[in-house]
Design a protein around this ligand. Structure first.
Ligand code: 6IA
Length: 135
């Protein structure tokens, strides 16, 4: 099972520690192609490689993946783009969102029947969510 994990980079890195924990959990279900998303060395400025290289590499991994898991709490243009491509490629998609009174998930994600969108509160909730999704 090849898993494409998508999460915010330029959109903001406040949840980087959580991304690391999610990647570690996902490794119980398959190979995570995009492990670098959780890398503490990738700041909000992103990975220090040519943007064209990153785009081509990430799109290659997206095509190769069996499923896409996206942490969508921090809004990110890149994640939104990847989700649109994943839908076109007919990938199975799980979006993870932490609800809070001061924000609301985009209707393009929440309202899209092609995605499974799940609210969660903390890391401990994810095992059950993943067990169901990967079953
Ligand atoms: O718009 P964002 O940067 O928040 O988009 C994040 C999403 O796009 C992630 O799910 C990644 O798969 C992908 N992505 C965007 N930028 C990068 C990156 N470096 N390295 C790896 N994946 C990326 C940023 C650019 C750098 C040349 C400064």
């Amino acid at each position: 099972m090849k898993i494409y994990f998508a999460a915010s980079i330029r959109g903001g890195r406040d949840d980087q520690g959580l991304y690391l924990e999610i990647v570690n959990l996902l490794k119980d279900y398959g190979e995570v192609l995009t492990e670098h998303i959780a890398d503490v060395k990738i700041s909000q400025m992103g990975e220090m490689k040519a943007t064209e290289f990153i785009y081509e590499r990430d799109m290659g991994w997206l095509k190769e993946s069996d499923v896409v898991v996206a942490e969508v709490t921090t809004p990110s243009l890149g994640v939104g783009y990847e989700l649109g491509i994943a839908e076109t490629l007919k990938k199975k998609v799980l979006c993870l969102y932490r609800e809070s009174p001061e924000r609301s998930l985009s209707a393009m994600v929440r309202g899209n029947g092609a995605f499974e969108v799940v609210n969660y509160k903390e890391l401990e909730d994810l095992k059950e969510i993943f067990d169901k999704f990967f079953k």
